[in-house]
Design a protein around this ligand. Structure first.
Ligand code: ZN
Length: 282
């Protein structure tokens, strides 16, 4: 199992991140007919299945982004990680399984060949686990990416999620969609509530990503109560709780999109003013 060091927050790293952000690898236009919310569980611990139960009780489905070297392992922060039965159960219950790398490296620091090998291994491992169909969505480990990584990912997946805070509407980079981290404390919950209201007004597609679900979650996880409360608020605001790919398609992204990469363009996805650009991401 890989445990790459957390991404640098140095000035050069932040400038590089900004340059990557403004280089649109795969421009697309999204128009949500009604607000749509996708919960996403990264890495992912078995406790995320409790998240699936909660979301299903509100009539929704979610995305589960598997880092395949974590298969059948146990981590000090998350507890037991996913196994083949979890992948099977979630697929049968119409949740989405997405890619999240094999070794959980920092893609911003990898050359193209290493990224390709890691993506290939991630997909192979998911197929070996019995996942049927094409893996259509991807989440960058740590939310970190590069222009090279974005182009490679855009050629394989319909959508990819980074860690830029915000929701998705209008012109976006489908290789670096925006999302909001959902962590264990009240500030995360309040920020998610603000984003729900903002996305409902637009309307737009909001992704909230987290990891474990527990009454005592890790620094990257969420409590069942928080998740249930956000589902209830979202439904009250008129949101549909959809998997990431379902949400993207409902916003008008063509299913045949992957492969169309363009280096030009400046993504104009909205941000809520005052929200921090950098989020703590695993
Ligand atoms: Zn991760």
């Amino acid at each position: 199992m890989s445990d790459a060091p957390p991404p640098s927050r140095s000035l050069p790293a932040r400038l590089r991140r900004r340059a990557v952000q403004w280089t649109c690898a795969a421009p697309a236009t999204l128009a949500a007919p009604a607000p749509v919310l996708s919960f996403a569980f990264d890495d992912f611990p078995k406790s995320a299945l409790d998240g699936a139960d909660i979301i299903e009780r509100h009539g929704g489905r979610a995305g589960f982004f598997a880092c395949t070297s974590y298969l059948n392992t146990r981590r000090a922060d998350y507890g037991d990680m996913f196994d083949a039965a979890a992948i099977r159960a979630l697929s049968e219950r119409e949740h989405e399984i997405g890619g999240h790398s094999h070794m959980h490296p920092n893609y911003a620091l990898l050359p193209a060949r290493a990224i390709i090998d890691d993506l290939d291994q991630n997909t192979r491992s998911l197929n070996d686990l019995g996942l049927r169909g094409v893996v259509k969505s991807f989440a960058y480990p740590f939310g970190e990416t590069s222009v090279t990584a974005k182009r490679l990912v855009a050629s394989r997946y319909l959508i990819a999620r980074g860690a830029l805070s915000g929701f998705n509407s209008g012109m976006v980079d489908r290789a670096q969609l925006r999302a909001v981290a959902l962590g264990p404390d009240g500030a995360h919950h309040r920020r998610a509530c603000r984003m729900l209201k903002a996305a409902a007004r637009r309307p737009a597609w909001l992704m909230l990503f987290t990891h474990d679900v527990s009454r005592k979650p890790s620094a990257y996880g969420v409590t069942p109560q928080c998740l249930d409360d956000l589902c209830r608020r979202a439904i009250d605001l008129g949101f549909r709780l959809a998997t990431p790919t379902d949400a993207a398609l409902s916003c008008g992204l063509a299913a045949s999109t992957p492969g169309a990469a363009s280096p030009q363009g400046r993504p104009a996805g909205p941000r809520v003013q005052g929200q921090p650009q950098a989020q703590a991401v695993r």
